[in-house]
Write a protein that binds this ligand. Structure first.
Ligand code: AMP
Length: 396
């Protein structure tokens, strides 16, 4: 069974074609600058990458180009579009109703359109991408996989904010959580390695956007992102959790508008805001190594906040069996892993510094010290595979 996974952004469309019988990625790529001009990069394992300028007035033109590439005599990997059995679409937000991955029909589409206000950045392009794919491939089922659905089993006391309850009832203001597909994937892998599906697991997805999730019995019980991805640990350009009155104080002190205050906290804060160097962790590490105080401070704030959230989740779960690091920083930055895990032996977390330093990229590695009560793993995330798997399960 071949499944196409699509992740549509405002001016981009990422794709991966999976052969679910062999668990192989046959081809993957990215259409960029949709609505501007267009560039497409197309990759097939073991073959030369292909990149060319294109003309993408909209998402429909981009997906048509993807299908042409996938079936091309020279660059293609399938003989015809009819080989694609189903399409899986990534959605950041499924609101309160789409609690599980679902085959997308008229009702689901209507609901997704009704909640774009909760998700103004990612919602509209994901819907455009889905509509374009449905138009071009009307004869297969299309499945929506929602980042928020992993959190749909959380207890009310974990997702209701202590603000007037009417704001939840009227405006659906609550903790939704994001990156759920990634946390679900790596938590399931960790439980599989431990041989314990009831395990208590803390997963740290640390990338340009970062979040931490606590999982028990395969279900998320808490997560650091909230109503939006702005909450939790500091990120590339997002502040993460701060005293909420800072927002109104910034507006009063600087005379900026609510939108400008939002831009400061979303685009000019986090690692970039503190370091003044970059939002990219690699640049900050380089500067920190040269002795740049603000770069060093940004990294210390990051590790401190990750540690604080881990500690709170251990308290919530009454223990932890495994700690998992994933995504760009989590998989590659050994120093952050070391800084986070330092002085956590009381919680049973102890890592082997040599294994942590020499940990090869792209592999699952157990970096725990011998005899550590809590296992610490580096697990490369694979959200696309999870989307393909849900799509297969819902359509086969
Ligand atoms: P992601 O959003 O998962 O693609 O992760 C992006 C973040 O991962 C950026 O801050 C990168 O600097 C960081 N990253 C990627 N590779 C490395 C590396 N080798 N060392 C440190 N950070 C890295």
């Amino acid at each position: 069974m071949k499944i196409l996974v699509v992740n549509a952004g405002s001016s981009s469309l990422k794709y991966q074609l999976f052969d679910m019988d062999t668990n192989e990625v046959l081809a993957k790529g990215l259409c960029e600058r949709i609505g501007i001009d267009g560039i497409v990069s197309h990759k097939r394992p073991g073959k030369e990458d292909y990149k060319v300028n294109a003309d993408f007035p909209d998402h429909k033109a981009a997906i048509e180009c993807v299908l042409k590439l996938l079936t091309d005599a020279e660059l293609g990997v399938i003989a015809g579009v009819e080989e694609i059995s189903a399409v899986g679409h990534r959605f950041a937000h499924g609101g309160e109703k789409l609690k599980k991955s679902a085959v997308l029909g008229d009702q689901e589409l209507e609901y997704l359109e009704s909640i774009v206000g909760l998700n103004p950045l990612h919602g509209p392009p994901a819907i455009s991408g889905f509509k374009a794919c449905k138009e071009v491939m009307p004869n297969v089922k299309h499945v929506g996989v929602f980042d928020t659905s992993y959190y749909s089993d959380m207890e009310d006391y974990a997702y209701i904010y202590p603000i007037p309850y009417e704001l939840y009832e009227q405006y659906q203001i609550r903790r939704y959580g994001f990156h759920g597909t990634s946390h679900r994937y790596v938590a399931a892998k960790a439980a599989e390695i431990l041989g314990n599906k009831n395990a208590k697991i803390i997963t740290c997805h640390l990338g340009n956007g970062s979040s931490i999730t606590a999982t028990v019995n395969g279900k998320a019980v808490d997560t650091s992102m909230g109503f939006t991805p702005q909450d939790g640990v500091p990120m590339g350009t997002r502040s993460g959790a701060i005293d909420p009155t800072v927002v109104t104080y910034i507006q009063k002190a600087t005379g900026c508008t609510a939108e400008e205050a939002d831009t400061i906290l979303n685009k000019k804060s986090g690692l970039l805001g503190v370091s003044g160097v970059s939002s990219d962790c690699r640049d900050i590490c380089d500067e920190a190594a040269k002795g740049n105080y603000r770069a060093q401070l940004a990294l210390k704030i990051l590790a401190h906040n990750i540690k604080k959230i881990i500690g709170s989740y251990v308290a919530e779960m009454n223990g932890v069996d495994a700690l998992v690091f994933t995504a760009g920083i989590g998989e590659n930055d050994r120093q952050i892993r070391e800084d986070v895990c330092k002085d956590m032996s009381w919680l049973g977390v102890e890592i082997d510094e040599t294994v942590n330093k020499t940990c090869p990229r792209g592999e699952i590695v157990d970096i725990s010290a011998a005899g550590a009560k809590t296992k610490t793993f580096v697990i490369p995330t694979n959200e696309e595979y999870m989307i393909a798997l849900d799509t297969q399960n819902l359509t086969k």
